[in-house]
Design a protein. Structure first.
Length: 311
């Protein structure tokens, strides 16, 4: 089946731009609806800030190049991290946190690779934009597994906060929260954040459309009956919780903790250098690297989502 390589939910609610009906013709594929266009096709809306060609190119580069490279690097890296932290001992709270972070990131990579695997290293426009597994994921509402990405962001924020607390209160940090308690807290929180995104995943489904004028068939996102029945609830989770609150809170906490850690480390390092403690200097450098790395990771994940929903 030939597939138009671009479709978008932005075409919904455009008035008389286009509509679809169950009317069939001799060229209509089985199970597809006929698209009737009035003025312009939805995927070439002149009011869109980004043209269909640019959007399609970016999406194909992401699916065919970026995702495979990230998966090739991410799989062995996260597996190695898990092995290292396990060998170092999960009785240490920070090792447990980093082990859980690597495990969550690995699960997210598995989901992303399965989602875009059919299009890996395939930039040809003749390849369908939405493969069979992608459509299966949307139609069966497994898109909720995107919540694993938010769970990873949450664990990242917790690790940054934990490191900041340890630097400012080194004597109390070992007794405030036990390693087992932290592991249970992170596990339950990750499950809750992931399951919450399943409410958002109920918003969309995919339908097959046939453009009689152009004689092309393609797949299009469409809102579900569940969304229209529970629009307020779904919009709260989609726009307020996952679109605004979580990225804002995570970014603010990460930036604050990173700035606080650097200020504290800069103040204490002068005294420790006078004591010629090279081990302390290495530990401080590792803490800085961890703080910067985790903060950058969270910013890369949260800022695009925050900007999208802010607009």
């Amino acid at each position: 089946m030939s597939t138009l390589p671009w479709s978008d939910t932005r075409s919904e609610g455009q008035g008389d731009v286009g509509s679809w009906t169950s009317m069939k013709s001799s060229t209509t594929p089985e199970g597809c609806l006929v698209l009737q266009l009035v003025d312009f096709v939805p995927w070439e809306n002149p009011e869109d800030l980004v043209s269909a060609d640019v959007e399609n190119l970016v999406d194909r580069i992401k699916a065919a190049i970026v995702v495979p490279i990230v998966c090739i690097i991410g799989f062995p890296t996260n597996c190695l991290n898990m092995a290292v932290f396990y060998k170092l001992g999960l009785r240490e709270r920070i090792n447990t946190c980093l082990f859980i972070l690597s495990f969550v990131d690995l699960l997210y990579l598995v989901f992303i690779c399965l989602l875009y695997g059919e299009r890996a290293f395939a930039l040809s426009p003749s390849r369908p934009r939405y493969g069979l597994f992608y459509r299966f994921t949307i139609e069966n509402h497994f898109q909720g597994l995107y919540g694993i990405g938010w769970a990873s962001a949450f664990v990242t924020t917790v690790i940054g906060s934990e490191r900041c607390f340890c630097i400012y209160f080194p004597l109390r940090s070992q007794t405030v929260i036990k390693t087992k308690t932290m592991a249970i807290f992170l596990t339950l929180s990750c499950l809750l954040i992931t399951l919450g995104y399943y409410i958002v995943s109920e918003k969309y489904n995919m339908i097959c459309l046939h453009d009689v004028e152009r004689n092309v068939t393609f797949w299009q996102f469409t809102a579900t009956a569940y969304y229209f029945q529970h629009q307020s609830l779904v919009d709260i989770f989609d726009n307020a919780v996952y679109g605004l609150c979580l990225p804002t809170v995570f970014i603010i906490i990460d930036i604050s903790c990173t700035a606080a850690m650097f200020a504290k480390l800069k103040k204490t390092m002068s005294w420790r250098f006078q004591a010629s403690s090279t081990i302390s200097a290495k530990e401080a450098m590792l803490t800085k690297m961890l703080s910067v790395g985790l903060s950058k990771k969270k910013a890369d994940h949260g800022l695009p989502v925050l900007c999208t929903h802010a607009n």
